[in-house]
Design a binder for this molecule. Structure first.
Ligand code: SF4
Length: 182
């Protein structure tokens, strides 16, 4: 039986298995359709013109190529994401260490500042009984913290409650310990 375009299907045997192939004349390179199954063989014989088979093969090849390209793109994207995540984790780990070191330093600073406003002999001589600094003041109210209104040289001024905000004393150049004899 001849298919469209003069192709003739035939059965080839290899290693005990049967395959379907198409060719127009003896000696021509064969077009293989794969393993023979009865439904396929019957269908070929009854219906499929050669042109349609080639078109189908071309489309399948294009589909396969597209799938390979798509899978490769996905693989590259996943590999890049994995590398990015690794880098982020590395930076996150470094940030944790930095924060831990900063946190320790801040604790020391707070502890040091609190010592400057203690009521015992180590506190600053300028710390008033009510917890406000008796030395430093501002012409205008500063920030959102406890400041009391006072008068200095006939002008209104504002003094910090350093007992509540000991960080103000942490780097104050005028600190003088009550225990300092000089
Ligand atoms: S350390 Fe400075 S800010 Fe604190 S009470 Fe003494 S003088 Fe005032």
């Amino acid at each position: 039986m001849l298919l469209k375009d003069g192709y003739k299907p035939r059965i080839k045997k290899a290693k005990g298995k049967e395959y379907i192939s198409l060719r127009r004349e003896r000696g021509e390179k064969e077009l293989s359709l794969g393993r023979k199954t009865e439904p396929l063989w019957s269908f070929i014989q009854a219906n499929i013109p050669k042109g349609d088979i080639e078109d189908l093969k071309t489309r399948l090849q294009e589909l396969e190529n597209n799938m390979i390209t798509s899978l490769k793109d996905n693989h590259d994207t996943v590999a890049k994401l994995a590398a990015d995540i690794k880098e982020i984790k590395k930076k996150q780990s470094k940030c944790k260490n930095d924060i831990s070191n900063i946190s320790t330093s801040v604790k020391f600073l707070i502890s040091s500042a609190e010592r400057r406003v203690r009521d015992d002999a180590n506190g600053c001589v300028h710390l008033g009984q009510d917890g406000y600094c008796t030395l430093w003041y501002y012409g205008n109210r500063q920030w959102d913290r406890d400041q009391k209104e006072d008068v200095s040289n006939g002008k209104t001024c504002y003094r910090d409650n350093v007992k509540k905000n000991p960080e103000i004393c942490a780097s104050c150049p005028s600190f003088k310990s009550k225990g300092d004899k000089n």
